[in-house]
Design a protein around this ligand. Structure first.
Ligand SMILES: Cc1cc2nc3c(=O)[nH]c(=O)nc-3n(C[C@H](O)[C@H](O)[C@H](O)COP(=O)(O)OP(=O)(O)OC[C@H]3O[C@@H](n4cnc5c(N)ncnc54)[C@H](O)[C@@H]3O)c2cc1C
Ligand code: FES
Length: 295
């Protein structure tokens, strides 16, 4: 869907659901050595748009660059972060929108519509141990959840928080300074791993499913959120189930090609489910019941 702001009004003049709201890029953080992962901090140009954009952890927005189109991107900031939104975007060499986004500079204007999709089950997670397992840049919406749970007003609502997060190499780890801060806290257990370290890396080496097996978090009164590339997800489900996590307590987020983002166009359906509306958050039990039956 290739929208520019002025094209997006309904025929009756009412605001169309496809109307992107203008936002300014306040800050860009280059996250990795290869420079194909950037975090964009956006501030809505109109206060009303900011007030209306009430989101929860796990949701996504459609980000647009006029003339290039729009893409669904998970919200990486926490709902408690006031005054801005953050999105971490991977640029694909042939990706039209992600390349256009990466070419923008601080101060540039772009479009945001949303928030869309369902959310991580934060209310169900309250009072439980929370395990987070992630690999690669799919960590973005889990970062939102960690920020949310660690916020002073929320931390006591959740029991133990264990995070197992991996990247291919030390240079590919996202949110490096935040990871360090979390590692220094005593109310969250961090296990950061890389597939292969370099001469400066003093941390853990190993694939996420292997580290998960070594750490063996208890499934007692626990919910696990797991996001990553399909191959990591496939190899992670086996140890999780062996550790006693029932498929209903394994929560993941699916990615599918999308167009409207609001359940109208049918682009993202898997069987009778629309990933944009019924998801993107699904339990492993629900994923197993989908026609594709897995990742
Ligand atoms: C709910 C949801 C949340 C998402 N959250 C994020 C996020 O937080 N950060 C993020 O960077 N992306 C996220 N994505 C993926 C993102 O939407 C796509 O990468 C983006 O739409 C690609 O747009 P493009 O115009 O740059 O690529 P296109 O021009 O549409 O595609 C060009 C080529 O790029 C490659 N490509 C595009 N997308 C992918 C992909 N997902 N995997 C592998 N190769 C691909 C393919 O080779 C494709 O042929 C999310 C997707 C969904 C559905
Ligand atoms: S993207 Fe249109 S129905 Fe999901």
């Amino acid at each position: 869907m290739n929208l520019v702001l002025s094209e997006a009004e309904g025929s009756d003049g009412a605001a169309s659901p496809y109307l992107p709201k203008p936002a300014t890029i306040e800050k860009i953080t280059i996250e990795n050595e290869v420079k194909d992962l950037k975090t964009f901090r956006l501030v809505f140009c109109n206060e009303e748009d900011e007030k209306r954009f009430e989101y929860e952890c796990g949701q996504f927005a459609m980000l647009s660059v006029p003339g290039a189109g729009e893409s669904p991107i998970g919200i990486a900031s926490s709902p408690l972060d006031e005054g801005y939104l953050e999105f971490t975007v991977k640029r694909y060499p042939t990706g039209v929108v992600t390349t256009a986004l990466h070419n923008l500079e601080e101060g540039a204007r772009m479009g945001v519509r949303g928030p869309y999709g369902n959310t991580y089950p934060m209310e169900e997670m309250a009072g439980k141990n929370v395990v987070i397992v992630s690999g690669g840049f799919a960590f973005t919406t889990l970062r939102s959840s960690i920020r949310y749970m660690l916020a002073e007003k929320n931390r006591s609502r959740f029991e133990n928080i264990t995070v197992i997060y991996g990247a291919r190499s030390p240079g590919e780890l996202l949110y490096k300074s935040e990871l360090k801060e979390w590692e220094e806290r005593d109310d969250i257990d961090m296990y950061v791993t890389v597939d292969k370290g370099d001469e400066n890396w003093k941390g853990r080496e190993g694939f996420v499913p292997t580290v998960l097996t070594e750490v063996a978090p208890s499934s007692e009164n626990a919910i696990v959120l797991v996001c990553g590339p399909p191959i990591m997800l496939r190899f992670t489900m086996v140890p999780l189930v062996e550790l006693g996590f029932s498929p209903g307590r394994i929560i993941t987020s699916l990615e599918r090609r999308m167009s409207c983002g609001i359940g109208k166009c049918g682009r993202c359906n898997v069987g009778s489910k629309y990933v944009c509306k019924d998801g993107p958050v699904f339990s492993y039990k629900q994923v197993q019941e989908l026609p594709e039956g897995g990742f």
